[in-house]
Design a protein around this ligand. Structure first.
Ligand SMILES: Nc1ncnc2c1ncn2[C@@H]1O[C@H](COP(=O)(O)OP(=O)(O)OP(=O)(O)O)[C@@H](O)[C@H]1O
Ligand SMILES: [Mg+2]
Length: 400
């Protein structure tokens, strides 16, 4: 048998198609009444199983149109609906000319049974022609449609209210997370300052004591003629002294890396210059820096955020860009502070920016937001990457 299944839901279509085909039927599919009528006009069908609520032309209207047709007006017609399920809906379905009414999702056995029963009915049995009192029927049908739409509307409103609520909740969590990140970063910065100070003071002092001790031993030995290998001992002492000196230098460098003192003592521009010179020493990348307006009045929190963002930008350039040149522009006017770092490397790609595995870019963005600014990253394949940090002057956090 040729069966036409009409439904705007793909999964319902698939389930019914598979079930009916397993019984040896040939199945045609349509997603609304208009499409279904086209199929009926082109191919002879033996039965229709149709949903009711569908776009363009719904099931009731389809049934009315079918019953008006000279050619296929007496075809068995079964409704299969989840929206129109009350007894009066069912009655309406019968009034528009349907043979059967199934509640969705109907058991396939029920579908087969309904199909068998309707196919077994004598073909002439009150199917042909338009049903009586079509106007009255249409009125009732319209009223029913309006009430269904109203209840759907209420349902949708409730859903959108719930959606708005969960969106608000998500926004709140995001805000909390942001505040937490800012707190963590501030705590980390504080800790770095403290460690740098302790390492600098304690280790510095210990190393100085060590050197003084060595000098004292040297003096003692010089005055003891009994030491036959006097010269060799003195050389060892001198070597230990050099080792202490280079350890002191290493400790200082470590402290500066932990927290560049220039940032606190001489300000952002000096810290940038120091970091750029370190960067050039360790990479083969040339840096050209332009500073427009030297007197940057910046709170400590902003200066730290900007400096850490700058460090991450240069680290990324060294690690990923394959660039040979970098241009740094630091600019400030009454309205904003701006840092632009442009490299001539391979160019960051959108999927790398969206990657969830890496934290560098995320950290930069969060830091920028934390001081009321924003970060923009642009990559051009093969032509480089430009990172721009802008902090508006009026942002409450930008001046402290
Ligand atoms: N200047 C750049 N040029 C080309 N690609 C870049 C550049 N900066 C970043 N990228 C790409 O963007 C990705 C993300 O950078 P991000 O700093 O977030 O992570 P990462 O450097 O890989 O790791 P980490 O979390 O240690 O910073 C990098 O893995 C890299 O592929
Ligand atoms: Mg990185």
């Amino acid at each position: 048998m040729n069966i036409l299944v009409v439904d705007d839901n793909d999964s319902v279509l698939t389930v019914l198609r598979v079930a009916l085909e397993s019984k040896g039927h040939s199945v045609w599919l349509a997603t609304d009444g208009t499409e279904a009528l086209k199929v009926l006009q082109q191919t002879d069908m033996h039965a229709v199983i149709s949903d009711i609520l569908m776009p363009r032309m719904d099931g009731y209207q389809l049934c009315l149109e079918v019953r008006k047709s000279e050619r296929f007006g007496n075809i068995p017609f079964i409704f299969h609906s989840s929206t129109y399920t009350s007894p009066s809906d069912e009655l309406m379905a019968i009034n528009v000319g349907a043979d059967k009414f199934l509640k969705k999702p109907a058991n396939v056995v029920d579908v087969f049974q309904a199909l068998e029963e309707t196919l077994a009915k004598p073909m002439h049995k009150n199917r042909m022609g338009a049903p009586p009192e079509e106007f009255g029927l249409m009125m009732e049908y319209n009223a029913r449609l309006v009430s269904k739409l109203e209840s759907k509307n209420i349902e949708l409103e409730a859903q959108s209210h719930a959606l708005r609520q969960s969106e608000e909740q998500a926004n709140k969590s995001r805000e909390q997370l942001r505040a937490l990140t800012a707190r963590l970063q501030a705590a980390r910065e504080e800790e770095r300052i403290q460690i740098a100070r302790e390492v600098h003071d304690d280790l510095g002092e210990l190393l100085t004591g060590f050197k003084l001790g060595l000098a004292w031993i040297g003096d003692q030995i010089t005055n003891v003629p009994a030491f036959s290998n006097h010269q060799e001992v003195m050389e060892r002492i001198a070597a230990l002294g050099l080792l202490a000196d280079s350890t002191t230098k290493r400790v200082r460098k470590l402290c500066t890396e932990l927290r560049p003192a220039v940032l606190d003592d001489l300000g952002l521009v000096a810290a940038f210059e120091w970091h750029i010179s370190e960067f050039q020493k360790h990479t083969n990348i040339r840096c050209k820096t332009t500073v427009k307006e030297k007197t940057l009045t910046m709170g400590a929190e902003q200066a730290t955020a900007i400096f850490r963002i700058f460090q991450e930008i240069l680290t990324n350039i060294a690690r990923h860009s394959q660039a040979s040149k970098v241009r740094v522009l630091l600019q400030t006017d009454e309205t904003k502070f701006m840092l632009e770092v442009r490299d001539n490397g391979r160019g960051i790609q959108p999927e790398q920016m969206a990657g969830t595995g890496s934290l560098g870019l995320l950290g930069m963005r969060e830091r920028a937001l934390g001081v009321g600014g924003k970060l923009d990253i642009q990559g051009q394949k093969g032509r480089g990457t430009t990172v721009t940090l802008t902090i508006p002057a009026q942002a409450p956090a930008a001046r402290s």
